[in-house]
Design a protein. Sequence first.
Length: 44
Amino acid sequence: MGKPGPQMVDRYGVDFKPAAVKMSESPGVLIKDVAESLCGGFKP
């Protein structure tokens, strides 16, 4: 169950998702590499 109160919405800019999808569709590119390049690191 989620916490009550305001939720984070639109955390990333409008260009973030299209850029991530385009990079992830490139052959031989791992999702981890895309996350590191766009977010400065991926922390699960």
